[in-house]
Design a protein around this ligand. Sequence first.
Ligand code: GH3
Ligand code: MG
Length: 300
Amino acid sequence: MKILIADDDDHFRRLLAEILEQWGYEVTATASGEEALVALQSDDSPRVAILDWMMSGLTGIEVCRKVRDEMAEPYTYLILLTSQQREEDLVLGMEAGADDYLTKPLKVNELRVRLRAGIRIIELQTELVEAREYLRHKASHDSLTGLWNHEEIRGILRRELAREERVGGCVSVIMADIDHFKRINDTYGHLVGDEVLRQVAHRMQVLARTYDFIGRYGGEEFMLVVPQCCRDCTVAFAERLRKSISRESFETSAGKLPVTLSLGVASLGAGVDAETLVREADHALYRAKERGRNRVEAGQ
Ligand code: GH3
Ligand code: MG
């Protein structure tokens, strides 16, 4: 665990660093509030900081305020060091966002237990954030393919349409559906069908730009939201997707299986609502199926 210390008294700073290092902590020692703030705002910053209240320049209390105002996450546990024992000063320190305080001269045993309490809080907070991120991911992604799920991809489309309306330009939608997928399930079983779904998703992800969004719309149907790309550009993209699926058979536990995709493209300017765009893409997909599958069709 990394601990930051900030104290402009060289002797005290060195002493504190030595104690902490003896206890096995990795120490980042800084001699001013400004330096401490930079270190706390850097990537992989220490999650626990011991800040001297009185420093020339930015004081410990000001560092606390700035950290709380400017950095929501990851949470940093802040301990103020003070020789002022007046109660109102402590209240001020805690109100500025400090989690705890220690008074100088330092009592080593007290430092040890207070640090342990702080680290426990940081560890609990890390666990909570991880659990929240896991749930957030689970709620927005399809568990089989890892793509955005139905609700999320629709939400993304609405957001992208609202954004394009502000900045101008167009958002395109591709609806893509695996051809005769039922046959794969019926012939080789549902699990092989799942393998194919996962691999189709993966091949699409490889081709997409980082700002394209791919969702599993349902069953063997996918929806792609393609920002900043109008009709011709999206048709070309859909064509690349189609080829990347049909070009090479899929390696599955039942052997190599050929798979094809039919795609419908809709591309409309600002002011169009999500429903209309999806309906247009759906109609185009339907035409692609009717006209023989393994092809791309586009709306007007
Ligand atoms: P078309 O070319 O007209 O799209 O024919 P299709 O066979 O692909 O379409 P159909 O709608 O008849 O069948 C889709 C099948 O996809 C039926 C359903 O059981 C299967 N399916 C839906 N979700 C999953 C899934 O998560 N895993 C697997 N293995 N199959 C699924
Ligand atoms: Mg299908």
